[in-house]
Design a protein around this ligand. Structure first.
Ligand SMILES: [Fe+2]
Ligand SMILES: [Fe+2]
Length: 245
């Protein structure tokens, strides 16, 4: 583990060649929270989440400890919010070969305009070959929130980069064997961040059907146990919440 003593930003390799960059933050009400970015180190390295624009110095420093920033080839993220992609143009500026890659809706609605270089539009299910690692783009509209929402599935390690799904608070470890569903439902009761809609549970069950072996979370501890089971339990809980009373 590498840690920046001032910010607490730390790096863990959670699966072969997949690094979790984590920065703990305190929310205004004193709640412990954290932001995770994931770097897939391959011939064509991919960064999933850039962190907020103001966190660029921390996240770029962490990336540079793993590989030269100029080698970054792909910038990807779950949806268009500042913690997911606030620093995308800063990364495009330091990585001349890098492209933002996102689904067609996200490009049409936001990224064609917001990105300093044109983004690469991906079709649902399209795979980018990183040179060994293969990341599959999966559209998940409104799951967990935003029309342009998507996840990435890395096929060789069966890692699901599930973004804000299963978000929880606290200062947990990089990987946990503990329950991730209960803490996610507690955070949901606090934040109401999920767009609870008729299609929500079905979309999450389709992600469980991928049989992921790692769930790489954006906020909280990632996990390598009971991945499909946890996604199905989350879907069941959301389904109950979306049923009319
Ligand atoms: Fe979000
Ligand atoms: Fe997020």
């Amino acid at each position: 583990m590498i840690t920046n003593a001032q910010s607490g930003t730390n790096i863990h390799e959670i699966a072969a060649g997949i690094y979790r960059i984590n920065t703990p933050v305190l929310l205004p009400d004193g709640l412990h929270f954290n932001f995770n970015q994931y770097l897939i180190d391959d011939e064509a390295p991919l960064l999933f989440h850039t962190g907020p624009r103001r966190m660029f110095p921390l996240v770029s420093e962490a990336v540079a400890r793993i590989l030269p920033l100029a080698r970054l080839r792909w910038i990807a993220f779950g949806h268009v919010e500042s913690d997911e992609c606030g620093a995308m143009n800063e990364f495009l500026a330091v990585a001349p070969r890098a492209e933002v890659a996102h689904g067609a809706i996200g490009c049409m609605v936001s990224l064609d305009d917001l990105c300093d270089r044109p983004p690469r539009k991906l079709a649902d299910g399209e795979v980018i070959d990183l040179g060994g690692r293969r990341v599959r783009h999966i559209d998940t509209p409104h799951v967990p929130h935003n029309w342009e929402a998507r996840v990435l599935f890395e096929e060789s390690t069966a890692t699901l980069f599930c973004g804000d799904l299963l978000t929880h608070t606290g200062d947990g470890p990089a990987l946990t064997d503990g329950d991730v569903v209960g803490p996610a439902l507690e955070a949901e009761a606090l934040f109401h961040a999920t767009a609870l809609a008729p299609a929500t549970a079905g979309t999450i069950r389709r992600l469980a059907d991928l049989a992921p072996r790692t769930l790489a979370l954006m906020h909280g501890s990632s996990t390598q146990v009971r991945c499909g089971e946890s996604l199905r339990a989350l879907a069941d809980a959301y389904e109950l919440m979306t049923q009319p009373r």
